[in-house]
Ligand binder design. Structure first.
Ligand code: FAD
Length: 347
């Protein structure tokens, strides 16, 4: 019977990138995914790589910065190993906001230069440029799945983990809706559902975000972010618009009124979007914690780790999370202080 050194619960971008990293360090890895790998938050995201950590708690900034730095290499390897394109764009982001709200380190765009920068954007009194990238999360998830298989990671899709098995204070494997799998290391990467896996509970809740994509819109070069809305262009011509922040439990339905409101807000920034058509709309569930920081580390059960709760930054934080959690699993020291992310902080 086949056996594994590590089992990763959840095949989102966090689980897949961790699985690849563990496998590259020689571990035999199984990913157990209830639905389709990448089918939840990791495919719903906008894909902005906010390396400045602009909207995140200060404790997250060093990891955000480091992960943004790692991204080009991370994508390059995935593209190489999967043979797929991931659409990492580095045209940068324009922040549109009252001047007092713009970060002082961002490069102010003089009003008379804004049209030259992004011709379709409505003239506005204050905007700034930040050198942040974006990525297509669906392409990223698909490439990660293919790269994981390429490396020999085993993937069990359509399999729900129903319990984390322990003996004394050590993890011994997992139970699924079909069978049990033994392993000395288990990592909970179940995103917004991480608090429901096994007996150890973590205060992770789903925060719903609704999004839509337009086709046939005038091409934007940059990501555009205002206080209530963001517009993220893809290289295939789609324009992704988002998003809401809703406490709606595990409900992933979109509401026509909300989608229309997002479109209306986008039209105020780029009036010529009126010529575009809605291609599709969707909602995803961000895994949120009470302090808006991810949970990264070993639990009170030896060999049982958590890598979840990445809230609005899980696409950005995938490379650094994979590296840090690999170090933890292998018992290697880290240059980062992970105390703020410890599972123990919630008691
Ligand atoms: C609308 C929206 C916009 C976003 N925009 C951005 C952005 O611009 N930039 C950014 O960096 N981040 C963004 N995010 C956040 C990002 O999508 C998440 O932080 C990230 O995808 C979390 O990845 P994950 O792998 O932890 O979770 P998920 O992708 O949700 O994966 C968790 C997986 O675990 C599986 N699972 C759950 N329970 C079980 C079980 N019992 N057994 C087996 N499998 C299980 C699920 O089926 C799921 O596939 C956005 C999110 C949303 C919703």
């Amino acid at each position: 019977m086949k056996s594994w050194d590590a089992i990763v619960v959840g095949g989102g971008i966090i689980g897949l990138s961790l699985a690849i990293s563990l496998r590259k360090h020689g571990l035999r890895v199984l990913v157990v995914e209830r639905g389709q790998p990448g089918g939840e938050a990791s495919s719903a995201a906008a894909g902005m790589l906010v390396g400045s950590g602009l909207e995140s708690p200060p404790a997250l900034k060093p990891l955000s910065k480091e992960s943004a730095r790692m991204y080009p290499e991370f994508v390059h390897e995935l593209e190489d190993e999967s043979g797929m394109k991931v659409d990492l764009r580095d045209q940068g982001t324009i922040l549109v906001s009252p001047e007092a709200d713009l970060p002082d380190w961002a490069e102010l765009i003089p009003p008379n230069r804004l049209q030259a920068f992004e011709p379709e954007l409505v003239s506005t009194s204050s905007a700034a440029y930040v050198a942040e990238r974006s990525v297509d999360p669906r392409a990223l998830s698909a490439a990660s799945l293919k790269a994981a298989r390429h490396h020999g990671v085993d993937i069990s899709s359509g399999t729900e983990v129903t319990a984390v098995l322990t003996s004394g204070d050590r993890v011994t494997g997992i139970e699924t809706d079909k069978t049990t799998y033994p392993a000395g290391t288990v990592v909970n990467c179940a995103g917004a559902w991480a608090g429901c896996v096994g007996r150890l509970k973590f205060p992770i809740r789903p925060v719903k975000g609704q999004m839509l994509a337009l086709v046939g819109s005038p091409a934007l070069k940059h990501v555009v972010r205002a206080h209530n809305i963001y517009l993220v262009p893809r290289s295939d011509g789609r324009l992704v618009i988002g998003s809401t922040l809703e406490d709606a439990g595990y409900n992933k339905q979109t509401s026509p009124d909300t989608i229309q409101q997002l479109l209306q807000d986008a039209l105020e920034l780029v009036p010529r979007l009126a010529e575009a058509k809605i291609h599709d709309d969707w909602a995803g569930l961000r895994p949120a914690t009470p302090d808006a920081l991810p949970i990264l580390g070993q639990t009170a059960v030896q060999g049982y780790f958590v890598a979840s709760g990445h809230y609005r930054d899980g696409i950005l934080l995938a490379p650094v999370t994979a590296q840090l959690v690999t170090e933890l699993v292998l018992g290697k020291p880290s240059i980062h202080d992970l105390t703020p992310f410890s599972p123990a902080r919630f008691g």
